[in-house]
Design a protein around this ligand. Structure first.
Ligand SMILES: NC(=O)c1ccc[n+]([C@@H]2O[C@H](COP(=O)([O-])OP(=O)(O)OC[C@H]3O[C@@H](n4cnc5c(N)ncnc54)[C@H](O)[C@@H]3O)[C@@H](O)[C@H]2O)c1
Length: 605
């Protein structure tokens, strides 16, 4: 390749080019492609190199090998202007640049430790190319690597392969990357800070020169500290999300409690800050899991445990179970149910599914025997590589929820945010939604369909559909409809016969009472089927059940005035009631509103 091939055109541009070192980037994945196009857009000459020929070909023809908002346009423009080129050998890349950025992957070994195979191979080929170079060259590690890697691994390999000496014939730097997939271009253009890890002045000056066009704070540290900063950064962010997820799980147990309000309440404290306090189905992505595992592994090798990071990982492992449990609470058993997953990418605005929480959720649903359909605006082709023919693939959100029994929101794409309760009601066989990313208004959704959400406490909103739900899920069994007066009293549930005891649940108390009053033997499963659904209000749920019993002409009286109970067989319950319950709901809501206004007229309470 011609040494002068990237010579600038035009006088002012020429000046910039003369000042700016030419950059080669090794590894054209998420980080490498963004940096290649990003630096090129700042009029720095960039050469991209990757061992994946497909990526090289795409980039050479002006197409971004990865999806990131704004990246396609940037790549196209920079390739068109000859500022971004690709080469097919490592040697060409090194010989035609002044600075090399290593942006290859750093995956995990099976024990969680960092796998340096790509780093060592890249270091070797860079070293071999440097052997043929008679000018100083800067090697900068941008990949996330465990403290000590650059000095103990990269430096040694480059020295051995080149026969040259670090800090004399070539410089060494670490420049950890903090971009977020989904907003990577924006993060490149306006970073919060730039961390430069160096041991020698010349490398420092060169890296500062490259970043001279960025106005954010620049922190210069030694190499190992820069390496560690990246891990600590990821660990802290992951801990913050796991923390609020842990609190979300607690909120689900507290009547009238919503984690979003809790997060807002603490987020306004400047010492805490509002970012990364969105509770949800769990965090995923290529970096956090591998980096947290690598850090704990590294600590263990240094005779230390990192209990907060262990707990961060543990909380995250639980979240997919919480999602599946919420689905189960809404529609009962999941086997042979059509459950749909909206959102597969680990976050919106990316097609990346590496370590996405959707993978765990889909696999759990499949294990439960559900028939799973998935949809994602960008990640379907990646999903096909993972799920193959174990799931159905939909071409739109509406297509996905069509005829479904339960929809799980797993990635907060804007496309899903615009879905209305009516869309779910119109399309789904059973309108039941588990909001794993808190994108829907609980008020709007709970009044129209079966709705559950991460971190949404019990009792907050009345969900009349839950009563119908109990019948649907129990269609192979006999169903117990119970009317019982239960009221909250001083924070306890009060039954006419006494309070629910501290060590029993409302369900257990009711089972006990119903058995005592009616002499019926209730299998715990049956009462559970009824009560496992009222995420919001067991009381109102029972009330609604009773109302349905009345509608069906099944009202019964026991010896005790305050209790009515009857077993129905599934065939006694017209199927249409499962879907066409609006009239019942309206009537109930009306009488409830009346009751709250006047203290009278709550017929079914
Ligand atoms: N993805 C992110 O959001 C992100 C953010 C910050 C830091 N990081 C870190 O940046 C590094 C790269 O991450 P990524 O997500 O871009 O990875 P990636 O897997 O998307 O891309 C890595 C690329 O390196 C290429 N490669 C492997 N060996 C090579 C070699 N010998 N020569 C040239 N190319 C080679 C691969 O073909 C691949 O295209 C990792 O250490 C990661 O932890 C990633």
């Amino acid at each position: 390749m011609d040494q002068d091939m990237l010579t600038a055109k035009g006088s002012s541009e020429e000046e910039t080019h003369l000042k700016m070192p030419r950059i080669s980037i090794f590894g054209l994945g998420y980080v490498g492609t963004v940096y290649a196009a990003g630096f090129a857009s700042k009029k720095i000459e960039v050469i991209g190199f990757d061992i994946d020929e497909k990526k090289l070909k795409l980039l050479a023809s002006g197409i971004s090998p990865i999806y990131e908002p704004g990246l396609s346009e940037l790549v196209k423009d920079c390739v068109h202007k000859d500022l971004l080129k690709t080469v097919s050998t490592a040697e060409d890349a090194v010989l035609n640049s002044d600075v090399t950025f290593i942006t290859v992957g750093t995956p995990s070994n099976s024990d969680g430790s960092i796998d340096l195979k790509y780093i060592t191979e890249t270091s070797r080929v860079i070293g071999e190319a440097l052997k043929k170079k008679d000018r100083w060259h800067l090697v900068t590690v941008k990949s996330t690597v465990i403290p000590g890697t650059t000095e103990k691994v990269v430096k040694k390999i480059v020295e051995a392969a080149s026969g040259k000496t670090a800090y004399k014939h070539f410089g060494l730097g670490v420049n950890p990357e903090f971009l977020r997939e989904g907003s990577a271009v924006e993060d490149f253009m306006t970073p919060d800070r730039i961390v430069i890890g160096v041991s020698d002045e010349k490398s420092k000056v060169e890296l500062e020169r490259i970043y001279s066009g960025f106005s954010c704070p620049k922190l210069v540290t030694n190499i190992r500290t820069a390496e560690l900063i990246k891990y600590v950064n990821n660990a802290f962010l992951a801990a913050k999300v796991s923390f609020i997820n842990m609190i979300a799980n607690l909120c689900q147990k507290i009547p009238n409690c919503d984690v979003t309000a809790v997060a807002e309440g603490i987020g306004l404290d400047k010492r805490i800050g509002k970012h990364f306090l969105r509770a949800g189905a769990g965090w995923g992505g290529s970096c956090w899991l591998k980096d947290l595992n690598a850090l704990t592994n590294f600590a263990r090798k240094n005779g230390l445990t990192l209990p907060l990071i262990d707990a961060t990982l543990q909380v995250n492992d639980m979240q997919p179970f919480v999602m599946v449990e919420l689905a189960r609470q809404l529609i009962g058993k999941l086997s042979n149910r059509r459950v749909v997953v909206l959102g597969l990418a680990f976050k919106p605005n990316t097609d990346d599914m590496r370590e996405a929480i959707s993978i765990k959720i889909v696999n759990m649903l499949l294990n439960e025997g559900a028939e799973v359909t998935v949809y994602d605006p960008a990640a379907i082709s990646n999903a096909k590589e993972i799920f193959r023919d174990t799931v159905n693939y939909a071409s739109s959100a509406n297509d996905c929820i069509h005829n479904a029994d339960c929809a799980l929101i797993v990635t907060e794409w804007d496309e899903f945010k615009s879905l209305k309760p009516e869309d779910f009601v119109r399309h789904m066989r059973i309108p039941a939604v588990v909001d794993g990313r808190r994108i829907f208004s609980p008020q709007a959704f709970s009044s129209k369909l079966r709705f559950a959400a991460i971190g949404l406490g019990a009792n907050e909103y009345f969900n009349p559909a839950l009563a119908v739900n109990a019948m649907i899920v129990s269609d192979s069994e006999k169903i117990l409809l119970v009317r019982r007066t239960i009221e909250p009293f001083n924070g306890l549930w009060s039954l006419p016969g006494g309070f629910v005891e501290h060590d029993e649940t409302v369900e257990e108390a009711l089972t006990r009472e119903v058995e005592e009053e009616t002499g019926l033997k209730i299998r715990p499963k049956q009462i559970f089927d009824v009560f496992s659904h009222p995420l919001r209000s067991p009381v109102k749920h029972v009330v609604t059940m009773c109302y349905l019993a009345d509608v069906l002409g099944g009202s019964l009286k026991s010896s005790n005035e305050s209790l009515e109970a009857r077993f129905f067989s599934a065939s006694e319950i017209p199927a249409r009631l499962a879907f066409d319950h609006h009239e019942i709901v309206e009537k109930y809501m009306k009488s409830q509103r009346e009751y709250w206004k006047t203290g009278q007229g709550l017929v079914y309470g």
